[in-house]
Design a protein around this ligand. Structure first.
Ligand SMILES: Cc1ncc(COP(=O)(O)O)c(C=O)c1O
Length: 458
């Protein structure tokens, strides 16, 4: 990132007021929420960095598109517009809209995975893994070793370990491996990008073993931006050209449009093969809706088509990724331990390093998450020991190598001044870190405990 500040490539036409409530009220709400920020009302949050999914601000062009919703049951004009956009931008002939990303995973994976088969990814996202497992498949992560080192600076920490991939496919063969799934950017690795060379090699290796490759495309444009900025030979290529090349190596994709299509709800499956499209669109009828609307209103498809056109604007991407980097730099400069390098959609603070006096059994990143709301009215999310849950066999807590607080930045929503408030909040906590207390469960749900658990301070 150069030293020059980047101003947003838009101006504000409509505002949504947010308010900071008093510290004593925040204190009281935390107690009522059982020290779980998921239980807070969004209105009581000043700056909400819970997720970048479905939280984007739409443009006037997208809002105008909502008024042109064609709500015909079959063959609405918005569907054809979306289809044409996907054909031009991603290069896939066929598209099935879905209500969101996991809807796309459901209908594609049901068709592709036989019970017992493996699906090999760089690092599968949670719902992706769940849909593989619902099909009685086995999700395998083969991300490169460097990804696990939170301080290692590598330009493409979402890359596959190509040797491991080759060995795995050689060992199992095409009967046992349903497909390879490239997730761009790699959310579970912190929004880290995958290089074009890596995507190309994945395809070559998989083809050598007769295994198809698909893409989990939720943040494809952010990935393309990193390729343009960091990969040799791509600095002169346009983002649309890079996007086209990325998708040229795969048979199809699942997309959560709640990220890089700049909409609040939506998704799709896009495919090259007509026969596969036929099968998947039949499943869409059962689970999503008729194949030309797939659980979405016509107006939603229009907003999605328009968002897909906007997301590949290099000025937008420079500001977007620049804003995430801006927050990362503020924290780094203040000596706050973050995962490096900063990825595309979030900054991750290392809870264990930030609060070394709190043992892992008392969930330091969860403690930091609570403290950030108390201090600054900011809602982040814990991605650490609480989220990891328990080993189903031993019942013991799983303590992942990294216990993190994720600060996920919605698209086109906050200014860098909001980022300053977030950074200032963490800096203030750092100055009195010894007073921050760990947490213990009061009520621990057996599955997906992080959403509804209640805690007490210890
Ligand atoms: C990489 C990735 N894949 C799939 C999904 C699932 O998409 P959705 O939340 O739209 O169902 C997400 C959501 O966060 C994601 O980040």
């Amino acid at each position: 990132m150069s030293g020059n500040p980047i101003a947003p490539p838009w101006r504000v036409k409509m505002v949504e007021p947010i308010r900071m409530i008093s510290r004593s009220r925040r204190e009281q709400l935390l107690e009522e929420a059982g020290y779980n920020v998921f239980a807070l009302a969004a209105e009581d949050v000043y700056i909400d960095l819970l997720t970048d999914s479905g939280t984007s601000a739409m443009s006037d062009y997208q809002w105008a598109g909502l008024l042109q919703g064609d709500e015909s049951y079959a063959g609405s004009k918005n569907y054809y517009n979306l289809q044409q956009t996907v054909q031009q931008l991603l290069g896939f002939e066929y598209i099935v809209p879905t209500h969101q990303g996991r809807g796309a995973e459901n209908i594609l994976f049901q068709h592709l995975i036989e019970p017992g088969q493996y699906v090999v990814g760089n690092m599968h996202f949670d719902t992706t893994k769940a849909h593989i497992e619902v099909r009685k498949g086995k999700a395998v992560d083969l991300v490169a070793d460097v990804t696990h080192d939170s301080q290692a600076h590598h330009p493409f920490k979402g890359n596959f370990d190509l040797e491991a991939l080759d060995a795995f496919l050689a060992d199992k063969g095409p009967e046992q491996v349903a497909f390879v799934l490239v997730t761009v950017t790699c959310n579970s690795a912190g929004g880290q990008p995958v290089s074009m060379a890596n995507i190309r090699s994945v395809q070559e290796i998989a083809r050598g073993h007769n295994v198809p490759v698909y893409m989990d495309a939720a943040r494809f444009a952010e990935n393309a931006w990193f390729i343009q900025q960091r990969e040799e030979g791509y600095s002169d290529k346009s983002i649309p050209d890079i996007v086209r090349e990325m998708f040229s190596y795969v048979e199809g994709c699942t997309m959560s449009a709640k990220k890089d299509a700049l909409v609040n709800i939506g998704g799709f499956v896009a495919l090259r093969d007509k026969d596969l499209y036929r099968e998947v669109s039949r499943l869409a009828v059962v689970y999503e809706g008729f194949p030309t609307y797939g659980g979405l209103a016509g107006r939603d498809m229009e907003a999605m088509a328009r968002g897909l056109k906007e997301i590949v604007d290099p000025d937008y991407l420079a500001y977007r990724i620049g804003q995430v980097a801006y927050l990362g730099k503020k924290l780094r400069d203040a000596g706050i331990p973050i995962v490096e390098p900063v990825g595309g959609h979030a900054v991750f603070v290392d809870g264990q390093k930030f609060l070394p006096h709190i043992p892992k059994e008392q969930f330091p990143a969860q403690a930091l998450c609570i403290e950030l709301y108390r201090e600054a009215g900011v809602r982040g999310v814990e991605v650490g020991g609480v989220l990891a849950g328990r080993d189903p066999e031993t019942g013991e807590n799983i303590y992942p190598r990294l216990d993190l607080l994720r600060l996920t930045i919605p698209r086109r929503v906050y200014t860098n001044e909001h980022m300053d408030v977030v950074a200032q909040g963490l800096i203030a906590i750092g100055e009195r870190r010894d007073q921050v207390r760990g947490v213990a469960f009061v009520d621990e749900p057996p599955i997906l405990r992080h959403f509804t658990a209640r805690f007490r301070l210890v």
